[in-house]
Ligand binder design. Sequence first.
Ligand SMILES: [Zn+2]
Ligand SMILES: [Zn+2]
Length: 138
Amino acid sequence: MGLSENTEEYLEILYLLEEEGKKVAKINEISVSLDIAPPSAVEMLKKMETNGLVNYEARVGISLTKKGRAKARQIIRNHRLAERLLTDILDMKIDEEAICGMEHHISEEIADAVCTSLNHPRKCPHGKDVPKGKCCQI
Ligand SMILES: [Zn+2]
Ligand SMILES: [Zn+2]
């Protein structure tokens, strides 16, 4: 499904904030994390609301919808599996830039294959949870 990388970056940030216990994010938290001017972030988030990815309430903040969270989960899963792939299989250091590029281009099928070859890791090398995929449920 064709979400832009930019859209996926927003979803990722919202997911990470949720992980920290912030179910509702403020515009400035998002714009600072992404290093984007607040008006641009507002514009983007309004578009994402139209697409059903986020709930945007003025003065309250932004939260993920079910659809947005499902997509964000997939990106985070790709990110953390890519980290494990680099460290566990390729014996390389984590290259954040490369991983941030990879995370947008790994299909669910490839993610599940990587996950299986890694024995369905539950944590990334930083100790964060790797969201489960279909392959992990068996
Ligand atoms: Zn990590
Ligand atoms: Zn798995």
